[in-house]
Design a protein around this ligand. Structure first.
Ligand SMILES: Cc1ncc(COP(=O)(O)O)c(C=O)c1O
Length: 385
């Protein structure tokens, strides 16, 4: 199949991409047809068979297992290193609240973080009196991250928490250097993978970080309310479980009450099984039909294409430091109100992007399903503003 035919096939499966210019996977990705189909099928089965008996439980567990396996494959991790979550924020909370904090302890983060990563840290500051230290990696995220983070390490540092890809500019941070440093000094490293999972190749063991939280609803084009947390096998001792339940503990003869010795200890109880069926379908489809390598290549190529095309617009200030390193591009248009630009693109041109109010920026997500022609259309529309 030629690349173009492949792309057309993908777009037909993701029907929302054919009826508008869909440039906001950074918020919600478009669903492939297999996702609603798998969710409906699961609901139908539950409705018909009543979720009863051993077979009901087995089929539910099989879907949970498949969801963990799909995430492990995506992340190049062991399945025992995966906990299912509802979203990125849940994974970030599990780890942030799991550290044994004492007054005066410190956490290091950066000036490019999303509120979902920061909110637990502020809560911990107010509850335990910890200190939040912010590494400045530059307005665009252009500075190599290791030094600004390393400069803030003290004997009180208990956690380093930062993104792989900046949600504000699309800068990709060299988190493996931070991972190695954390390993050397015995400081756990927690990564927000909201803008990386499904957009760039990920290999947990090569990245060498301890914890990595991902969503399914963004670049992985899965249902909302699904996500995963990678917890490196050797890093479990860094964190205590804040919430536990049926799914967190061993169910073995003679063992009364013991947490599982794997990431699943962070799961509490029953989840939305139909949503997990949708997650499994999305991951299988991305892997087997679209192809992860093709996806990453396509996102990077389109990002670079859009980066250079946008730079031709007079009065455009590019906030993305380097082309092609993630799926996000952010920029300001001189003299234009960011929210107004989003509104006009949406209402007049049927183009969906988002703005970032705190930086007055516009943000485009180049998905693997987008085309160069769509980028050209956006650039033309922005020029006309
Ligand atoms: C960097 C970053 N972290 C966290 C989130 C929150 O993601 P979720 O809704 O999966 O918790 C987002 C997106 O909204 C994000 O861009």
């Amino acid at each position: 199949m030629s690349d173009l035919t492949h792309l057309q096939h993908i777009r037909q499966e993701m029907i929302a991409t054919t009826t508008r210019i869909y440039l906001n996977a950074g918020t919600f990705g478009p669903l492939p047809a297999c996702v609603p189909a798998a969710m409906q099928e699961r609901m139908q089965q539950e409705w018909q068979n009543g979720r009863l008996g051993a077979s009901g439980y087995e089929s539910m567990s099989a879907i949970y297992d498949a969801a963990r396996k799909g995430a492990a494959h995506l992340l190049n991790a062991h399945v025992d290193e995966i906990a299912l979550t509802d979203n990125t924020g849940e994974g970030l909370n599990i780890i942030s609240f799991g550290i044994d904090w004492h007054e005066g302890d410190e956490v290091i983060t950066t000036n490019h973080e999303h509120i979902s990563l920061l909110a637990p840290l502020y809560q911990l500051r107010d509850r335990y009196g910890i200190r939040i230290r912010v590494a400045d990696i530059g307005e665009k995220g252009e500075r190599p991250v290791l030094k600004p983070v390393a400069d803030l390490v003290t004997p009180r540092t208990r956690l380093i928490s930062l993104s792989h890809v900046s949600w504000m500019t699309g800068a990709r941070l060299n988190i493996s250097e931070v991972g190695y440093m954390g390993r050397e000094w015995g400081i756990p490293v927690l990564i927000d993978g909201a803008q990386s999972a499904g957009a760039i190749p990920l290999d947990m063991h090569a990245l060498n970080v301890d914890f990595y939280a991902i969503p399914m609803q963004k670049w992985l084009c899965g249902p909302d309310g699904t996500g995963a947390l990678y917890a490196r096998q050797g890093a479990l001792s860094y964190v205590k479980s804040t919430y536990v339940g049926y799914w967190s503990v061993k169910h073995e003869e003679g063992i009364d009450w013991e947490l599982l010795e794997k990431a699943q200890r962070f799961e509490v109880g029953g989840r939305q099984t139909a949503a997990l069926a949708g997650q499994v379908a999305a991951l299988n489809w991305l892997d087997a039909v679209a192809g992860y390598d093709w996806i990453y290549e396509r996102i990077a190529t389109l990002s670079a294409y859009a980066y250079h095309a946008l730079l031709e617009i007079p009065g455009l200030f590019m906030l993305t430091p380097r082309p092609g390193e993630s799926g996000l591009l952010a920029f300001r248009l001189e003299g234009k109100n960011d929210a107004e630009v989003v509104k006009v693109l949406n209402e007049k041109h049927n183009i969906f992007i988002r703005n970032i109010p705190s930086t007055l920026a516009l943000r485009i997500s180049t998905g693997f399903y987008n085309t160069e022609e769509e980028i050209d259309t956006v650039v033309r529309a922005l020029r006309e503003m």
